[in-house]
Write a protein that binds this ligand. Structure first.
Ligand code: NAD
Length: 417
């Protein structure tokens, strides 16, 4: 029976509290950082293709502005809620803190299943949402990026909408844009590349040969599919993958390129030949060395954590593991690379894109990869040494690093007025 709270914002606050306790954070700072600084809730109408009008709910939440503008993705999903967006915004603050990026965290979301919309409905919804949140976003204020069910085209519509309001082009208002309007080389698979960089560091630390590892990946979108492809390129055996419709499993290894083609043609990994069908719950518990949750939050709780067999987990997804599950996995000897570290590749290259856009000076793919590897490796080493010094798992160590950096910024700036 599950007894822990499964509200994403309660979980986010619990993870923060663990670090705040260890840092002996004063009560004033603690209450400041436990809640988002700004919350914008919008309800807006969209004209549908059949002539009707539907009203959608959306959010843009900025958790903390003390280290720079805020930054974080926009999610389109029917399960988006105020508390989920709050939790994800807070998590983005710590993600930027761990990587040393000069941002606070933000997140946006619209309660919608975009698969039910036509392309033109999706564009009208995006432009109207962008218009509603244009009150709070901007290159110096808050910079959105892609997340679940949003992509470079959606970023282009947001950028164009804001630019039309201003009367001039504002490329740095979003990141994850297409290359032909100021996107960065290496952004489209940056989250996955970041996962692979920190997985390589962790494997070295654990004396594990990543090139011989058996890998399972939950979620086969931007983060998951690219991680599976890159790990396969390193020689790893990808034994299982899944998406929202279910999973496929082959202990001898799945051909990731063929799976990508199958998904492109059929819309899902389900039905892939030469594999057994499994559920998403079964995928998490499969016999493997490395597990990469790359879908939605709250996938591993105290209920299924005892049955997880992977020795190494890299959270490409945001918030897939609950605090109670963290403790169980730690006691089982499972090494978890937390979201705020493992999933930071996307925001790091988003930062590079923002810098390139502001300077109007663009880098080569090689330069982007080299800088990304430097940021990810340095973050991994900083978190690992804090974990060893404090005898805590990697999530708590990452939070200690990030919360301290943000608390220092708040303290140095002081309270206005
Ligand atoms: P995406 O929309 O490209 O892909 C999401 C994938 O998850 C799809 O394959 C979808 O079918 C699958 N999925 C949805 N519900 C599922 C379920 N219940 N079980 C299994 N699979 C399910 O999104 P993405 O950008 O790859 O994001 C995935 C995760 O990675 C999210 O948690 C997101 O916050 C996180 N993330 C993304 C980025 C980025 O740059 N895109 C950066 C950091 C973290």
């Amino acid at each position: 029976m599950i007894t822990e709270a499964l509200n994403p914002f309660v979980i986010a606050q619990e993870q923060f509290d663990i670090a705040a306790d260890l840092l002996h954070l004063p009560e004033s700072l603690r209450s400041h950082l436990r809640v988002p600084q700004r919350e914008l809730c919008v309800n807006f109408p969209v004209k549908m293709d059949d002539g009707s009008t539907r009203v959608y709910a959306g959010y843009r939440i900025q958790h903390n502005l003390s280290r720079g503008p805020t930054k974080g993705g926009i999610r389109y999903h029917p399960s988006v809620s105020l508390d989920e967006v709050r939790a994800l915004a807070m998590l983005m603050t710590w993600k930027c803190g761990v990587s040393g990026l000069p941002y606070g965290g933000a997140k946006g979301g619209v309660v919608v299943d975009p698969k039910t919309l036509s392309e033109s409905e999706l564009e009208r919804l995006t432009r109207r949402y962008a218009s509603e949140i244009s009150l709070v976003i901007g290159p110096e204020k808050d910079i959105p990026a892609p997340d679940v069910n949003t992509n470079p085209q959606i970023m282009a519509w947001i950028m164009d909408t804001v630019s039309m309001h201003k009367g001039y082009t504002v490329p740095a208002v979003v990141t994850g844009k297409p290359l032909n309007i100021g996107g960065s080389e290496g952004r489209s698979d940056a989250t996955a590349r970041g996962v692979v960089y920190v997985l390589s560091e962790a494997a070295r630390h654990l004396s594990m040969d990543l090139g011989r590892a058996r890998v399972a990946v939950q979620g086969f979108g931007n983060a998951g599919a690219n991680t599976a492809r890159m790990l396969a390129e390193l020689g790893a055996t990808v034994v299982a993958v899944s998406d929202s419709r279910g999973g496929v499993y082959n202990p001898g290894g799945l051909n990731v390129d063929a799976l990508l083609t199958h998904k492109r043609l059929s819309g899902s990994v389900v039905g892939f030949a030469e594999a057994d069908q499994i559920s998403n719950a079964e995928l998490l518990e499969i016999d493997c060395d490395v597990l990469v949750p790359a879908a939605l939050g709250i996938q591993i709780s105290e209920e299924n954590a005892p049955r997880i067999r992977a020795r190494l987990i890299a959270e490409a997804a945001n918030a897939p593991i609950t605090p109670a599950a963290d403790r169980i996995l730690y006691d089982q000897g499972c090494f978890v690379l937390p979201d705020v570290l493992a999933g930071a590749g996307g925001i790091t290259v988003s930062y590079f894109e923002w810098v390139q856009g502001l300077q109007e000076f663009f880098w080569t793919e090689r330069e982007v990869y080299a800088q990304l590897e430097r940021v990810m490796t340095r973050a991994f080493q900083s978190v690992l040494s804090l974990a060893q010094q404090n005898c805590v798992h990697m999530r708590t160590a990452a939070y200690i690093l990030a919360v301290q950096r943000v608390a220092d910024a708040v303290t140095t700036r002081g309270i206005y007025p």
